[in-house]
Design a protein around this ligand. Structure first.
Ligand SMILES: [Zn+2]
Length: 198
């Protein structure tokens, strides 16, 4: 006999971060008791999103098209490139600062013990990008964690190899914090007063 649908639904909700058994049960009952329309919409959009959203071939951010709208825009300053760990960090910077340059999304941070090396972060693509000669400053906005700092130093070396100036948002960001959770004012200030990496 197959697993009852209700159990499958609860199990399916548990793929979401921070959702344990109890919360998953509550979600499943909510959808069935009072949220069937919302449930249908969720199922449809979720199905379409996982099929159609890929990665921008230039910046590696999520995108429905080969080039994301930011990379395709002619009004962004192509001399500035900002490296971030995640799409959420990219969004935080975009919303908190007046940054008008372009981005490169690492989709992670260097973590040799977890098998995450330069290749996994697409650093060969970043190297090619820097070699094109258009980028003048690489703003390294990895998180102020141990792994984020190690990644920042690696990126700074890569930038210098290509004659690009590496910079880092000013200190003042909470140590060990994730950029996406830093308040807008702090992030905007740190980003605006970035200094060249030593
Ligand atoms: Zn892009």
């Amino acid at each position: 006999m197959s697993v009852p649908l209700l159990e499958q639904l609860v199990e399916a909700f548990r793929v979401l971060p921070g959702v344990g058994q109890k919360t998953a049960q509550r979600m499943a009952y909510h959808v069935l008791e009072r949220g069937r329309d919302g449930g249908r919409r969720l199922a449809a959009v979720l199905g379409e999103a996982v099929e159609k959203i890929g990665h921008c071939e230039r910046c590696r951010d999520f995108s429905e098209t080969p080039l994301c709208p930011t990379c395709a825009s002619v009004s962004r300053d192509a001399h500035l490139l900002c490296a971030v760990e995640s799409p959420a960090d990219r969004l935080a910077i975009e919303q908190a600062t007046g940054y008008r340059g372009l981005y490169f999304v690492l989709q992670g941070r260097l973590s040799p013990l977890d098998g995450v090396g330069p290749r996994e972060l697409g650093l060969h693509l970043l190297g090619e990008r820097l070699a094109e000669g258009e980028v003048q400053e690489l703003i390294i906005a990895t998180n102020p964690t141990v792994e984020g700092e190690a990644t920042a130093h690696y990126l700074a070396q890569l930038a210098r190899q290509h004659g690009v100036r590496p910079s880092r948002p000013a200190h003042g960001l909470p140590l060990g914090g994730e950029l996406e959770y830093v308040d807008r004012g702090t992030l905007s200030h740190a980003f605006g007063s970035r200094g060249e990496m030593a």
